[in-house]
Design a protein. Sequence first.
Length: 200
Amino acid sequence: MVFFKRFIDNIGDSRKLNSDSDAIFTLSSAYISLETRLNLISTGRCGICIKKADPDVNFNELKQSIENLLDASKKTDLKLSYGVNIDEYHGLLWLVIDVRTIEDSVACVTVIGEILEQKGSVIQLKYAVFEFGKKGSKHQPYYLTYDYELDKFYPFVPIIGRQKVRNSREEMNMMRAVSKDKLPFEEDASKWDPIWHLPF
């Protein structure tokens, strides 16, 4: 992906990708199994959840840093829109990105995660969430969540119209669809932490 290299070059970061990035990058090929087996396609929407590891962290300053970083994408072929949501009560910051393809989503999350990890001990990367939907339907979202602590993916399918109820059958279908791919998947369903009220 030429645009991916150009994105990295233009923001001045040429470091070797770490294990988190390697894991996330596998989604750029594994998603084909979701499309062929479950008729799921990427909506182009993804998000990164960041938690304060230091209570003195100023999220407004971090927000500005992220916006400056994403503005650098204008130097590439990458077309994106984004929003930054701050939840001071829970000490969380959500970066929500809209792009055209799953490859673009993976590139954005990979590069931004790498840059944010330079913040060291003051913040903690919690989740990267990728949104999918059934072809021809825009009502029911399907999510693949990457847990940075587990270094693995897991599915999340909330049932629309029912408060905090998830579709376990569809989640298992998602897991089985990619079980033979190289995507690192958390097989212990008790660790599939539901992220309710996603700011998507």
